[in-house]
Design a protein around this ligand. Sequence first.
Ligand code: GLN
Length: 471
Amino acid sequence: MLEKREISAAEITASVFARISCVEDSIKSFVTLTRDQAVHMAENADARISSGSKEPLTGIPVAIKDNMCTEGILTTCSSKILKSFIPPYESTVTSKLLEQGYVLPGKTNLDEFAMGSSTENSGFFTTRNPWDTERIPGGSSGGSAAAVAADECIAALGSDTGGSIRQPAALCGVVGMKPTYGRVSRYGLVAFASSLDQIGPITKNVRDTAVLLNIIAGRDPLDSTSAPLNVPDFTAAVGREIKGMKIGIPKEYFIDGMDPEVESAVRTAIKQYEALGAIPVEISLPHSGYAVATYYVLATSEASSNLARYDGVKYGFRSEGKDLIDMYMQSRAQGFGAEVKRRIMLGTYTLSSGYYDAYYKKAQQVRTLIKGDFEQAFRTVDVILTPTTPTAAFKMGEKTADPLQMYLADIFTISVNLAGVPGISIPCGFTSGNLPIGLQLIGKHFDEETLVQAAYAYEQSTDWHKRRPSL
Ligand code: GLN
């Protein structure tokens, strides 16, 4: 409609904010709403369109998870320690969106520093699942996924260290992709676990994910871990046939304790893939059982190092103290929430002398084995299909007393980050209680094209992605 000039960017932005006014009180997706900036950005977008130039995202409202730096706009990581932090620079991903002339409706809620699976660890408030406001939206990109599902924006960006894009996308009934490690620049993404973090799209359908990925992907001189590879046009994979595609089904991913409704939706999806001409192949990823433990050694070790910079001096919150050391200690004690402190303590322990070899080094060795499992599997299959999560959205408060239960929410997504390969979650059904179920497709390193191809083919043969929550 925007291309045909049937609607203006200003009208799209106004409609997004009208929707936000209606539903935001019950969903609470946003930490910060940037209405004034959005109105201004939409005017500029309309001017740009009038002068005949339009990029795919010109005038499109894209919500940004509040752990990506936006120059001059509050960036809190949903942490009290950064509650007044205004970055002096722009992240690479949002710079790329700015070049396109996008519209920023606001910054979305997350688990503090992206540590969690429900947004209940946010230092400010919990976001609600648009399908059932008594339930969590998943996390840590819960605000982004809920905002997309509740039509408070057209699309969003999230970040994924162990599942934080795919898990909330699954629980909110939308599409979410974690690209290959190195595909998207992490410059300006506030670091949680640098060897695992990756930014990616959360959208209403697979095509929109391809459009966003086209824009945010690519080598960035400001991030030495971004890969010096050409970025293909991911939208070209939309609509490609999947006849003969080999889809690996890992036997370790259909486990006891998994919700039978989730299992049956995923098994039905496998049948649908067969009907589309794909060939399911049983495979094994034998080290899957070690993934959660490995992740919680490596991610916490990296977090303990990355979060050392929040000392009350350079950023955000500073407490009074009787001397310098006391000021550091008080600032951290008051600024960080319980889960972040737990992770810093765990990570500091696993890196400490005498324990380093037993925990950190051992976990790095197991990580190599997990990566090897995927390399082995991809010798015979084109993509791997699994459930995204073992259950649909759980109730608020259900898992907050037991961190291990919360950690298990990411049991199917964590290996993908450890191996560095790309993964996408797409809607594949609903529970009897009308909660969305997601399926995950995992690809070879830098083969997001096959993920788009396989995800789109399934999406178009079902109508799960067309269902909306009634709010
Ligand atoms: N839920 C996982 C954790 O708490 C993953 C979070 C993420 O991907 N950022 O670490």
